[in-house]
Design a binder for this molecule. Sequence first.
Ligand SMILES: Cc1ncc(COP(=O)(O)O)c(C=O)c1O
Length: 441
Amino acid sequence: MKFPDIKTNLPGPNAAALIGVDRNHVSPSYTRIYPLVAEKAEGLWIHDPDGNTFLDFTAGIAVCATGHCHPYVVNAIKEQANKLLHMSGTDFYYTSQITLAEKLAHLAPGDGSNKVYFGNSGAEAVEAAFKLARWYTKRELNLAFFGAFHGRTMGALSLTASKTIQKKHYNPLIPGITHIPYAYCYRCQYNMSYPECGIECVRWVEDTLFRTTVPPEEVAAIFVEPIQGEGGYIVPPPEFHRELQKIAKKYEILYVADEVQSGMGRTGKMFAMEHFGVVPDIMALAKGIASGMPLGAMVARSDIMVWEAGSHASTFGGNPVSCSAALATIELLEAELMANAKIRGEYLMTELRELQKSMECMGDVRGKGLMVGVELVKDRDTKERATDWRNEVIQKAFQKGLLLLGCGENTIRFSPALTVTVEEIDACLSIFEESLREVAG
Ligand SMILES: Cc1ncc(COP(=O)(O)O)c(C=O)c1O
């Protein structure tokens, strides 16, 4: 089995020198939690400038769906770069954007009568969804969830309710957004248990919110992550989205699925909403869509995307190279990687649940496909959040060459490339277990 290869103290001398320059010239708003300098990479393996090799279970924050520098994607990028780098889809036409729009329109849940708006990032896809929902409904209010992360531009940030640091000093944000509790069954806001709860978190929206403070006929959209990502890799119960969408439909409120992190095959289906049997009205996509090239897409039903020419656009959105990378990525996802995500994800969850039997601190193991979270607690009964342990485990794993990231307050996320093999999962689990035992064993 191949393991990471760490030859120097971390960071090594070359990485340390680069980080020194970075400190002087790069925005301090970034949150680097350990000093990884990525020099080159292939698949799940990253090499730093000191000759160290790391095993990447972050996929560049759930982006490199096909693994780092998949040759098929790199080739598509090279071919497109040789033909056309840019011509702005806002003002002109070009093949790769049109072909990708047609592909996404048919891939999206529903009958294929969809249209696509292109941006460069997740935040831009959400921003576009926000604007379209207002444009179409002519309504001013919106619902979003506590724990949600939708991006950092002012509109997307207004929908986000993940960490206060992301909002501090940026108020006033966009008014009219009400945040409500997500179906976080491990820590139910209503102190109830599934399934006896009868999905109280959904009922509460109609029984309390819509009767007391938020007139439903003024609500444009409900923005929701099918599986909450940055909030802690939280999988809601099977009927959550269906029941919530029923209420949305009753009041002609749009159901907007933010699939930026959960989409593009990561959960074993192309879009995570498919696990819940729900067809959203609007979908936001980014991250894994182009294997690392910057691209965001907002997909909406054709009868909803009726805004007029000039009402929204982006110079770089849907860049020809990014679109070609996305088309190559989708081919790989459909051919085998989505199926791999399902099988390997089940294996990863089974092994983590096995480990959970002997590790009291693993309070909850949850996920779908390769979107897997382990919530660490000090005590299984009180569920006291073990944020310090979570952070220490991630640091220990890094020193041993395994790249992990956190999400939520005390959860470790496993979001490897969809190409991950059993051997790579075994190597990850072995380092994870060793790190966990050192910290909380
Ligand atoms: C669900 C979700 N939506 C939106 C975003 C924002 O994407 P970006 O950072 O590309 O703007 C993210 C990023 O983590 C996300 O996870």
